[in-house]
Unconditional design. Structure first.
Length: 121
């Protein structure tokens, strides 16, 4: 994946509900709200190291689930395949417009486009 923050926010989007309330809160503050460990510690009344430990455990728990299920990996692969389908549909539309002008091809490319959009949502 692109970078550490992106990877962690993807993990959180997919698996955040599996964390404890405290893990979710600290993780969200650190990665999504961009608070420092010191700021979170000060607001929570615990040490900076305590905050770090909670976040590291949360990261580990979510990564373990991803390692076992591969949901994010498969999701990202599916997004790539959908993009390839959409590019192919655009090529078919251009080809049909330039050479065939077949209404059935237009209907089929529209149906494929709708199905690809539904999968992306």
């Amino acid at each position: 994946m692109k970078n550490q923050t992106y990877r962690m926010t993807m993990l959180f989007d997919f698996y955040g509900e599996l964390l404890t309330e405290r893990q979710r809160e600290f993780f969200d503050l650190y990665y999504n709200e961009d608070l420092s460990l010191s700021e979170i510690a000060e607001n929570s009344g615990i040490s900076r190291q305590g905050v770090r430990d909670v976040i590291v455990r949360a990261e580990g728990a979510m990564q373990e689930v991803e390692d076992k299920t591969g949901l994010i990996r498969r999701f990202l692969q599916m997004q790539d395949h959908i993009s390839a389908i959409q590019e192919s549909v655009e090529e078919l539309r251009k080809l049909n417009y330039r050479q065939y002008e077949d209404p059935r091809i237009d209907e089929l490319t529209d149906a494929i486009t709708r199905a690809a959009r539904a999968l992306k949502e």
